[in-house]
Design a protein around this ligand. Structure first.
Ligand SMILES: [Zn+2]
Length: 476
C-alpha cells in the first residue's frame, strides 16, 4: 500500500515537473514591448506591456539604492524609454541574463517599497506586469507649498502608513463642511473614451477641479480631491481618502459610455445594496466597478480583515446615509437638468463600489455619454464643464443649507438666528443689467460675475443666472 502511494506521488511529481517545463517553454518567447509610468502623490507605478504571461520577481539593493525586476520567460522587444522626472527613478537599464530571462535594473534617488503583480489582458491592454514603487514614509517629499488662492490648494498626499490627516483647528462649532470630490479612473485606467479620443479620466478631472474651485468659493465649505493628477487610485482607496479628509459628502464624477452611440444624458446615482433600479444602472455599475480590474487593485491593497470590517459597518449605518445620498443626489440632478439633458429624471440606485462608505453620504454623477459624439465635445468644453460644476456645487449647497451637520458654520448660521437665502435662478428680462440684478438680490456685481463665471457684464435676454445664497437677518 505504502509502496503504491509512494509510486503514485513520484508519478505526480514527475508529471508536475513535466508541466512546469512545458509552461516555462511556452512563455519563454514573451516580449516586453514598452513601459508606461504614472506618478501619484505617494507612489510611482510602472506598467510593462508584454506579449504574453511571464513569471517575475522583484527585490531591492542598497548603496546605491536600486530595484531589480527579473522577468522570466521574456526578452526585450523594444527599448524601455520613459520620462522619469518627478519620480525617485534616475535611470532604467536592462540586460538579458539568459536567453529567456530579462533583468531590469532601476536606479533610485532614494529607497522605495516595491509591490508587484501581473494583470491578464483586457479590452484595452494585453498582459502586463505592474510594479508599484511606494515612497518610504520617512523621506516622502513634503506637500507642495500652498498657493495664495484657496481654490488651488493641492490635496495633501496620502500614504498607506500615514495616520489620519489632522485638520487645522477651526473656531469651535463653526467648521467647514468638507466635500470630497472624486475624479473617476486615472493613470492605467482611462475609463470610457469618445470617438475623437476624448478620455473620461481627463474630462472628469477637469470637472472635478472646477467643482472644487467653486465649492471652495462658498463660505462654510471646503472641497478636497481624491486624485489631483493622472494616476490610478483603487476604488476602496478613494473612500478611504474621503474618510481621512473628514468628508461630509463624497461626490464621484464620471462620464458614461454605452453600446449605443445614440445614448445621451446625465444621471446621478446613489448606492443600492439590493441591486440596481434599472438594467442601465446595473450595466454601468458593472463597468465602473471593473475599473479596479483594469487599474489593477485586485486583491493587492486590501486584506480580508478590512473587507469583513467594511461589510459589518456597511450593514450598521448604510440606511441613514443612503437617505441623505438620495436627497443630495436629487438636488444635484435637478440643477444638472437645467444645463444638459437628463438620462433619467430621478436618482438611480446601483451597486457602485465607490459609493460604499457606510457613514458618508455619497453620490456618483455621470455627467453625460462620452460615447455620444455631441456630448463628448460638450464634456471637453470648458464652459460646459463650468456649468456642470455649477450644478453640482449648487445642489451640494442647497442640500447642506437644509441639512447642516452639527458644529459647522452653516449650522451656526441657522442656529444663531440668521437664515440663509439659498441660491436662486434668475432669467434675464429685456432692459436688465447686471448691476440692476445685483441690487435686486442684494449681492455684489462681483459675486454675481463669479457665481456665473461671466467674463463681461453683457447679458442676453432669457439668459439664466445663478443668484448665490445670501445671509439675511431672520424676521421676527
Ligand atoms: Zn467612469
Amino acid at each position: 500500500m505504502m509502496g503504491l502511494g509512494m509510486r503514485f506521488r513520484a508519478l505526480v511529481a514527475a508529471v508536475g515537473v513535466l508541466f512546469l517545463a512545458v509552461t516555462v517553454d511556452a512563455v519563454a518567447d514573451s516580449k516586453v514591448n514598452s513601459v508606461r509610468l504614472w506618478r501619484a502623490p505617494d507612489n510611482t507605478r510602472l506598467v510593462f506591456d508584454l506579449t504574453g504571461p511571464v513569471q517575475h520577481s522583484v527585490f531591492t539593493l542598497t548603496a546605491p539604492d536600486r530595484l531589480v525586476i527579473d522577468i522570466n520567460g521574456a526578452t526585450l522587444g523594444a527599448p524601455l524609454n520613459v520620462n522619469t522626472s518627478n519620480t525617485p527613478i534616475t535611470a532604467m537599464r536592462s540586460a538579458q541574463r539568459t536567453p529567456t530571462d530579462l533583468r531590469v535594473v532601476i536606479d533610485l534617488k532614494k529607497a522605495v517599497t516595491p509591490k508587484s503583480f501581473s494583470l491578464a489582458p483586457n479590452a484595452q491592454y494585453g498582459n502586463r506586469l505592474v510594479v508599484d514603487l511606494f515612497d518610504n514614509a520617512a523621506d516622502a517629499a513634503p506637500p507642495p507649498a500652498p498657493t495664495p488662492s484657496v481654490a488651488t490648494v493641492p490635496a495633501v498626499p496620502v500614504t498607506p502608513t500615514e495616520p489620519a490627516i489632522k485638520l487645522p483647528p477651526a473656531p469651535a462649532g463653526k467648521r467647514d463642511i468638507v466635500v470630497v470630490i472624486d475624479a473617476g479612473h486615472g493613470g492605467e485606467d482611462p475609463g470610457a473614451s469618445g470617438s475623437r479620443g476624448q478620455r473620461e479620466k481627463d474630462v472628469v478631472l477637469q470637472i472635478a477641479r472646477e467643482t472644487q474651485r467653486q465649492v471652495n468659493g462658498m463660505k462654510g465649505f471646503r472641497a478636497e480631491l481624491t486624485r489631483t493628477g493622472d494616476y490610478f487610485i483603487p476604488l476602496r482607496g478613494r473612500t478611504e481618502i474621503a474618510r481621512k479628509k473628514g468628508a461630509d459628502l463624497f461626490v464621484s464624477i464620471h462620464a458614461d459610455a454605452a453600446p449605443s452611440a445614440a445614448a445621451f444624458g446625465a444621471s446621478v446615482f446613489a448606492l443600492s445594496d439590493r441591486g440596481a433600479t434599472s438594467e442601465t444602472a446595473r450595466w454601468l455599475a458593472d463597468s465602473e466597478n471593473r475599473s479596479d480590474l483594469i487599474g489593477g487593485a485586485g486583491n493587492v491593497s486590501l486584506d480580508d480583515k478590512d473587507r469583513m470590517l467594511a461589510g459589518v459597518l456597511l450593514d450598521l449605518s448604510m440606511t441613514a446615509s443612503l437617505t441623505s445620498s438620495l436627497n443630495v443626489g436629487q438636488k444635484v440632478l435637478s440643477n444638472i437638468g437645467r444645463v444638459t439633458p437628463l438620462h433619467k429624471q430621478r436618482v438611480e440606485q446601483a451597486g457602485f463600489m465607490v459609493l460604499k462608505s457606510p457613514d458618508i453620504p455619497s453620490i456618483l454623477v455621470e455627467t453625460g455619454f462620452i460615447s455620444n459624439a455631441n456630448e463628448a465635445s460638450k464634456l471637453a468644453a470648458s464652459n460646459h464643464q463650468q456649468a456642470l460644476a455649477r450644478s453640482i456645487s449648487s445642489g451640494v449647497r442647497q442640500f447642506f443649507q437644509q441639512n447642516p451637520p452639527p458644529g459647522t458654520y452653516i449650522a451656526w448660521l441657522r442656529d444663531s438666528g440668521k437664515i440663509v437665502q439659498g441660491p436662486r435662478d434668475h432669467r434675464v428680462n429685456p432692459g436688465e443689467t447686471l448691476a440692476m440684478i445685483a441690487v435686486r438680490y442684494q449681492v455684489s456685481p462681483a459675486t454675481l460675475r463669479s457665481a456665473n463665471s461671466l467674463s463681461s457684464d453683457e447679458l442676453k435676454i432669457g439668459q439664466h443666472l445663478t443668484i448665490p445664497s445670501t445671509e439675511l437677518a431672520a424676521k421676527e
